[in-house]
Design a protein. Sequence first.
Length: 371
Amino acid sequence: MTKPGTFVVHATDGNARRGTLSTAHGDIQTPIFMPVGTQGTVKSLSPQDLEEMNAQIILGNTYHLYLRPGDELVARRGGLHKFSNWNRPILTDSGGFQVFSLKGIRKLSEEGVEFRSYIDGSKHFFSPEKAIEIQMNLGSDIMMVLDECVGYGADRGYTEKSLEMTTRWAKRCRERYPAGSGDQLMFGIVQGGFFKDLRTRSAEQLCSLPFEGFAIGGLSVGESIPEMYEQVHHTAPLLPAEKPRYLMGVGTPLDLLEAVSAGVDMLDCVLPSRNARNGTLFTSQGKINIKKAAYKEDDSPLDPNCNCYTCRNFSKAYLRHLYMSKELLSYRLNTYHNLYFYLDLMQQVRDSIENGTFAQLKARYEDAYAA
Ligand SMILES: CO[C@@H]1O[C@H](CNc2nc3cc4c(=O)[nH]c(N)nc4cc3[nH]2)[C@@H](O)[C@H]1O
Ligand SMILES: [Zn+2]
């Protein structure tokens, strides 16, 4: 098995990179989209479904799994892979985003952040070290540092102070689990809000630390698409070319393509799974909403160009019926298709970088998804 953390770039097409990241639970082919499985499950799908659609890595969340069922309970059952019977790579987010984006009381200090459980309101405290200890208990292949994701519209002064603390917290996370001390990888997270010089400072400070990869945080927090793209194109090239670059919480199919064109290698977003549950489905011809009356007697598949279980076996009319009747199977079939679509899109991206046709692929989807 290749040493976990090894990242090899096999081909490039412009700034887009085709790579392989090795982890203790297998290799990840990049660029990659990572389905979100907040509570140790990608909602409505089984590990078998995810393997069938060639999901290579899924996300779990420190905040949620710490609160329920508890990271120590998971550790006693051999860690999150064994507990959820998902034996491919897992990345866990540190909870930084959840703690800072959840409503309700939280107290932030140099030491860490105090917050209340969304389940029963009980008080809890995450230090950077605690956030790493939870991820060590979960046994995730990629751990994220505890950071402060400042909200959209935060002023320069606050953003500047926050990024300095995020760097100090990143150092503490790395010291808690030093590089090479085990098979788990650790990624730093660049902040700096929407101030390019602060993004540069955050990247410089973090990239001097021995992380196996680097994430762009603080985006997809309510800003406009052009504002997000501007920060992605500014920040991605600042990150070491020989390490994986992960854009957190992004995005639509066009966002994925734009981020890859800026040099991003890894992305995650709740969009495909969350939208599936409200009937918004992504297809090769653009987005459709299955609840539309027009589909009532439409016997055609969701997407004629999609080879997924949903598109091969069910009509739009049936999928609309399931959705309108709030049947559980609607969640499953819609989620299956949306994630299959995202994963298949990224397979096309990987192939296009290898044969130098990424720009053409991006243009084709831009036409299909033009507003
Ligand atoms: C577009 O979907 C909406 O927006 C959220 C995705 N946007 C997002 N931005 C993020 C930033 C960070 C960060 O700076 N740090 C850490 N540790 N994790 C992060 C996770 C993030 N997720 C979804 O939850 C959904 O509500
Ligand atoms: Zn499909």
